[in-house]
Design a protein around this ligand. Structure first.
Ligand SMILES: [Zn+2]
Length: 149
């Protein structure tokens, strides 16, 4: 399944990177034991990370099984999708659908996920995407809206 989401490994790598100065300072302070401190520190991070994910996903699954199922169907992950910047810089759209929006609605500028040959109706301004054009009903006829770019 193709996806525009930030890969999980990258988010985890950012987390480790963000925490590493703490580990390095700890290792410097406890210099003679650095060889034990560093693996213990990063080991703790990984365990903490896995634990948080297990907890978050378990929590969502327990209290919102349908929501959990929907997120999984979309290829999402409740834990990774809930993380904010700088760990996860994905837009709301990408978190929800796994895809970047392809275009903006020419009627109202709302980012919209339209696919070739697949009808879509803008929920904000009621413009229609149909036969690879944007249309608007003027009250008496359908007119083609020009893409604003
Ligand atoms: Zn619109």
């Amino acid at each position: 399944m193709s996806s525009d989401r930030t890969p999980h490994w990258m988010i985890q790598a950012r987390f480790i990177l963000l925490c590493s100065p703490v580990g390095i300072v700890l290792a410097l302070i406890l210099a003679p034991w650095a060889i034990f401190v560093l693996p213990a520190f990063f080991g703790t991070l990984v365990v903490f990370w896995a634990g948080s994910r297990l907890f978050t996903n378990g929590f969502v699954k327990l209290f919102d099984p349908e929501g959990h199922e929907a997120i999984k169907q979309n290829g999402g992950d409740p834990f990774y999708d809930s993380l904010g910047a700088p760990l996860n810089n994905d837009s709301e759209q990408v978190r929800m659908t796994g895809r970047r929006s392809h275009t903006n609605c020419p009627g109202c500028g709302r980012p919209s996920l339209v696919k070739p040959n697949k009808a879509f109706r803008c929920p904000t301004c009621d413009a229609h995407w149909h036969e690879n054009n944007w249309w608007r009903w003027t009250g008496s006829e359908w007119i083609v809206l020009k893409l604003g770019r």
